[in-house]
Write a new protein. Structure first.
Length: 203
């Protein structure tokens, strides 16, 4: 079975539509999607950025928001520009990292993205994360506490370091057999690569 790693960041605008459509695009293909939460903040900081490039470069940011409006309209998913951007996504990422192997994880991820980019809710608030778990049909008892253990905090940190080590510089990123595809608009290409790689591995 081919494997597609989906590296996403809850504060990432383009990760929102990617999360909304990846399962529909891979259903029935025999491709296993591995959901990989990570944090872009540390990666940006090591590039010398103290903010999202969409804030640092206003023209790029203006284009991105309009582009995202078009994408969400095409997909039929709601979009409300967050009153705070980018939002602190650490808690949500810790929960997703802790429960990455659970079958309900994709539903929870979509609920968090919806809370951030459709409901304009603060996803760093434990009550909001609990609401997202509830909306995904997940019993909330103990979930957040489990995500806040030192072991899990270290696991998310290690996953973020792994993302940087394999060359990830933005989100969403899709990895297929060490091939990197960056951006929501490269999802279809990543899926096609799963089905039929076209080039030999470039060192």
């Amino acid at each position: 079975m081919a494997t597609l790693e989906f590296w996403f960041e809850f504060a990432s605008t383009y990760s929102y539509p990617a999360a909304a459509r990846i399962e529909a695009l891979t259903r029935g293909t025999g491709i296993a999607v591995v959901w990989k939460p990570f944090l872009l903040g540390p990666i940006f900081q090591r590039q010398g950025w103290n903010d999202s490039p969409f804030n640092l470069y206003p023209a790029q940011g203006h284009y991105m928001w309009r582009d995202l409006e078009r994408i969400c309209a095409d997909l039929g998913i709601p979009l409300q520009r967050p009153s705070v951007f980018p939002r602190n996504s650490v808690l949500a990422a810790r929960v997703a990292c802790r429960f990455a192997s659970e079958p309900w994880l994709p539903d929870f991820v979509r609920q968090v993205f919806h809370a951030n980019f459709a409901d304009d809710l603060d996803i760093s608030n434990p009550r909001v994360i609990a609401m997202c778990l509830d909306r995904a049909g997940v019993p909330t008892a103990g979930k957040i506490e489990s995500a806040l253990t030192t072991q899990n905090k270290d696991a998310l940190r290690a996953q973020t370091e792994q993302a940087e080590a394999i060359g990830i510089f933005g989100a969403p990123t899709f990895i297929v057999d060490q091939e990197l595809f960056w951006g929501n608009d490269r999802l279809e290409r990543a899926i096609a690569w799963c089905k039929s790689p076209r080039l030999g591995r470039v060192a």
